[in-house]
Design a protein around this ligand. Structure first.
Ligand code: HQG
Length: 187
């Protein structure tokens, strides 16, 4: 079980590894998106956060979405997806399932109809193979809407898709013409 404090540290770890390494004075290698574990722990400490290696290991191991990975020697750590900073995780292009889902808020739909699904500051937009996950993602922003995407046709027409280590499908842009259906999940 995770304590409230661990949840909080995990959220902060996401922020550091995906968006703001400078918040604790560390750098992230562009190649691979790795941060040094010793520098990370030192930065956590100097910014007043209690985190030793075994707590970091626990947070990584117990993360419900497997957001982080260690290198094999555990000297480096990275986020598996969600970056806004420029990193190259070295993900191979992959053939997606025929249909993917994107969860969003119903109030964003007009704008999405006009511009398509755009990255909003992240490196990729995030898609799921199942409706349930997409619903949970959409709900983070308010009353959810889930879009089903004709990923087979997009791939056929040369859109690159990637699968993160923790099972999130990624691509750069979904023009509105590839949206098949809109669902408004009630629960
Ligand atoms: C929306 C979480 C207006 C987009 C999740 C989304 C995910 C537009 C929001 C991961 C738009 C951006 C990412 C347009 C897209 N006009 N709004 N043209 N195009 N949007 O948080 O996909 O828990 O950057 O639909 O599980 O919600 O942090 O993206 O609603 O995997 O690990 O703009 O974050 O993972 O929001 O979430 P976000 P997201 P973690």
């Amino acid at each position: 079980m995770r304590s409230k404090q661990e949840e909080k540290l995990s959220k902060f770890l996401s922020l550091v590894l995906r968006h703001h390494p400078e918040a604790i004075g560390i750098t992230i290698q562009r190649e691979g998106g790795w941060a040094r574990v010793d520098a990370l722990l030192k930065g956590m400490k100097t910014s007043g956060r209690q985190m030793d290696f075994s707590l970091l290991e626990k947070i990584v191991r117990e993360d419900a979405k497997m957001r982080y990975s260690f290198s094999t020697d555990k000297r480096y750590i990275r986020a598996n997806q969600g970056h806004s900073i420029d990193v190259d995780l070295g993900l191979a292009q992959k053939q997606p399932p025929d249909v993917l889902y994107h969860g969003t808020a119903a109030r964003f739909l007009d704008s999405i109809k006009a511009a398509g699904i755009t990255r909003q500051g992240r490196q990729y937009i995030h898609l799921s193979a199942d409706l349930q996950t997409a619903t949970a993602v959409g709900r983070r922003h308010g009353a959810p809407a889930v879009l089903s995407i004709d990923s087979a046709r997009m791939a056929e027409q040369d859109t690159a898709f990637y699968l993160s280590e923790n099972g999130v499908w990624l691509c750069r842009h979904v023009p509105w013409e590839y949206v098949r259906d809109i669902y408004y999940p009630q629960k």
